[in-house]
Design a protein around this ligand. Structure first.
Ligand code: ZN
Length: 251
């Protein structure tokens, strides 16, 4: 179910079993924008069915927060304008050439192109990995981009942050709300960390042990400070207040 958060914003909650992220819907008088595409055709099918059941509009635009599979692999299955920052689109061009057989997936873990956690989650979301289809963006921007949905505007900002260099955030000024994607999270692709699918209960603890790159956090905070948001949401956790987000970087 999409949950109403503000007058114009709804959020479909993350599903941790196959690493499906929170999906945001921002509804203007003329158009709607979806924040993140979902991780598969099945995920998109579920979101679409719930939109229809709840009488909510299908998105005209779908923004990809960053290239990671769980946020971008659903893009192909929305009949909408797919928007991404230029860095995200460049990464997706590489990923679109990846093969999904066991050997190729293991090889990418060795080369550091991918990580154990994503590999395991992809296997779970896709019992048949021939179904993986990667779409590139229709609209690519550099720096910032403003989208007018009719009475509601969305500021898309390539904010980088500690998680992934290509991260884009979406600020909705009239709602004082900020979508972070994973931009505020740890860099799971940077330094090695342990993920064992037999011990998923250790996931949060192991991620918490990964250090933040302090310089990237400082640059990110200086971008966040300029935005007048009261609440925000990250890719895989609950809504936070502005204060909770700023405090989270020093935990
Ligand atoms: Zn990510």
């Amino acid at each position: 179910m999409f949950e109403k958060i503000t007058e114009h914003i709804y959020i479909h909650p993350a599903e941790h079993y196959t690493d499906r992220p929170n999906i945001g819907l921002i509804i203007g008088e003329e158009k709607a924008l979806l924040f993140d595409a979902g991780n598969s055709a099945k995920h998109v099918e579920k979101l679409r069915a719930e939109l229809s059941e709840q009488g909510l509009p299908l998105p005209d635009h779908v923004l990809l927060s960053h290239w990671h599979w769980d946020h971008s692999f659903g893009a192909k299955f929305w009949n909408a304008d797919i928007i991404a920052g230029n860095k995200t689109n460049e990464e997706l061009k590489k990923v679109s050439k990846w093969k999904w057989d066991e050997f190729s997936m293991e090889k990418r873990i060795e080369t550091g192109e991918d990580i154990v956690f994503c590999t395991e989650m992809i296997k779970r979301e896709y019992p048949d990995r021939n179904e993986i289809e990667i779409d590139l963006a229709d609209t690519v921007f550099e720096g910032t981009m403003n989208i007018d949905l009719g009475g509601i505007s969305c500021e898309l900002i390539h904010a980088k942050g500690p998680h992934s260099e290509d991260s884009v955030i979406c600020f909705v000024p009239s709602e004082k709300f900020l979508f972070l994607g994973d931009a505020n999270c740890k860099d799971l692709y940077g330094k090695p960390w342990k993920f064992d699918i037999e011990h998923e209960e250790d996931f949060l603890e192991n991620v918490a042990k990964i250090p933040y790159d302090e310089e990237l956090v400082a640059d990110f905070i200086s971008i966040l400070e300029k935005l007048d948001f009261a609440h925000c949401i990250s890719g895989h956790s609950e809504i936070m207040t502005r204060k909770e987000l700023f405090e989270s970087f020093s935990l």
